[in-house]
Design a protein around this ligand. Structure first.
Ligand code: GLU
Length: 485
């Protein structure tokens, strides 16, 4: 048996999206599970939309996710080059072979002709397709047109009235009628092959045994199947993995929030959380577990457990996973992860002035709270930004029993503002005032930070210190007494 080999073949026409990352991950897991090789090939035949920056960005996103591959555009290997625009000579060879064997022919139809044909088919309720006008041009007519300098496309001649049945490891056998497929272009008039043609040559020459890719490509597969057969190449096994839908069950798009891996990285999601999350988008292990390590994924991943039905992108689940992975970090690692987000903050200068103890308290507080790392900005703003009262906090401060509590705190506030001491002071105050904890913490939190949520009050108070604490409290008292509004 041929050694198993898979590939991930992104087109560098944009950043790596969630869907692409999921396809890459499934290929990676398949390779790891079966001890197979993974190839990274760049499909850049769309010259207008392909960019080297996107290629670099895709590679760095894949690396960030922790994927590795044996052969590819950046690692090299014996089946290179791995960028399709560098393989044009290879495609030309097979283009000639198809032309000579009459599996392909030159087409000189203009864009206008093609559009007219399309519209007329649509108006008759038929599938728009090429009806084969140039299929029967005589060799002399072709010669003549070429001599005139016309630049033809090359079309594949689709056999009439056949049913193609393609086995798919996820979907079972899938059937297509060739009648629905017009003779399709395999080489554009500028000599560049189309995706459907190049992919067949590459997957064959690179010894790919399993093509695992998104369901969007299922409709391309019969075209590729026909080319395999015309060239006498054995076709690989196909596994088309289901669409990813947003929570509203519509196809995942920008409307659903961040779509590229880079965006998730910038928001402060961990690669291991995304790895785990993407691994479950259309695949599940036998048991009920939600958190799997890379090794557990590798051991459990098989195509048999890939689902046919669409996967739903559940942001709450990703948030939950990210929080779980963040909670597992040591404080030192957590601080390192948070550092770039702190540095980007408008309040970074205030943050660096904290004592080591305060920083540690802050980190501990953040680790237990943050769902994703860029959320730190909200907490920095509460500590160091201008005091602004949210409508909810104004409601809390407008309640009758608030004033005596805040006055008591102001009058008895201790000189020692260590977090532990502040905590004891607040607890004792609750006892003395004979009130419930919430009756103290909520108004005090609102008075000091203007918000009903935040980190532990003793830590915040410790970071502010007595002077800032008192000035914030005075401001709130003034507000309650109607002095400043
Ligand atoms: N270049 C194609 C894409 O980015 C991949 C097609 C394939 O995997 O066959 O969608």
């Amino acid at each position: 048996m041929k050694p198993l080999k898979v590939r991930f073949a992104p087109s560098p026409t944009g950043p790596l999206h969630i869907g692409g990352a999921r396809s890459a991950l499934f290929n990676y897991l398949f390779a790891e599970h079966h001890n197979a090789q993974l190839v990274l090939r760049i499909e850049d035949t769309d010259l207008e939309r392909s960019r080297r920056e996107y290629e670099d960005e895709i590679i760095s996103s894949l690396r960030w996710l922790g994927l590795t591959w044996a052969e590819g555009v950046d690692t090299g290997g014996e089946n290179g080059p791995y960028r399709q625009t560098e393989r044009l000579d290879l495609y030309r060879r097979y283009e000639k072979q198809l032309l000579v064997a009459n599996h392909a022919y030159y087409c000189f139809c203009s864009a206008d002709d093609l559009e007219q044909e399309r519209q007329s088919l649509i108006s008759k309720g038929e599938t728009p397709r090429y009806l084969g006008k140039c299929r029967h041009l005589s060799p002399q007519a072709v010669e003549e047109k070429l001599r005139q300098g016309l630049k033809p496309t090359v079309r594949f001649q689709v056999p009439a009235a056949e049913i193609i049945e393609i086995p798919d490891l996820v979907r079972g056998p899938v059937r297509f009628a060739t009648e629905e497929i017009g003779d399709f272009i395999i080489v554009k008039s500028d000599g560049i092959p189309t995706y459907n043609f190049a992919v067949v040559i590459d997957d064959t020459l690179m010894d790919i045994t399993h093509v695992i890719r998104a369901e969007e490509h299922l409709s391309n597969t019969p075209r590729q199947w026909l080319i395999y057969s015309a060239l006498g190449f054995p076709a690989p096994e196909f596994a088309h993995i289901s669409l990813i839908l947003g929570a509203d069950r519509q196809k995942m798009s920008k409307r659903h929030g961040a779509t590229s891996l880079i965006q998730y990285r910038e928001i402060g999601y961990l690669p291991e959380a995304l790895f785990n999350f993407l691994g479950f988008l259309g695949w599940s292990p036998e048991g009920e577990e939600q958190i799997l390590s890379r090794e557990e994924f590798t051991a459990a991943f098989t195509l048999e457990r890939v689902s046919k039905s669409p996967a739903v992108f559940d942001l709450n689940k990703l948030n939950w996973l990210n929080h779980q992975y963040l909670l597992k970090k040591s404080l030192a690692d957590y601080a390192l992860l948070l550092e770039p987000f702190l540095k980007k903050s408008a309040y970074y200068q205030s943050f660096v002035q904290l004592t080591p103890e305060q920083k540690e308290l802050f980190m501990t507080g953040m680790r237990s709270r943050l769902v994703f790392l860029s959320e730190v900005e909200e907490y920095l703003q509460l500590l160091f930004g201008p005091l602004q009262y949210s409508p909810e906090s104004e409601e809390v401060l407008a309640e009758n029993d608030v004033l005596p509590v805040l006055n008591y705190i102001k009058d008895h506030f201790p000189a020692d503002t260590s977090a532990a001491n502040v905590e004891t002071f607040l607890k004792n105050s609750i006892k003395t005032l004979k009130i419930k904890p919430k009756q103290l913490y909520m108004p005090l939190r609102c008075a000091l930070s203007g918000q009903i949520h935040g980190m532990e009050l003793p830590v915040m108070i410790n970071i502010w210190g007595q002077k800032e604490f008192l000035s914030r409290l005075q401001l709130a008292l003034g507000k309650i007494n109607g002095n400043d509004c």
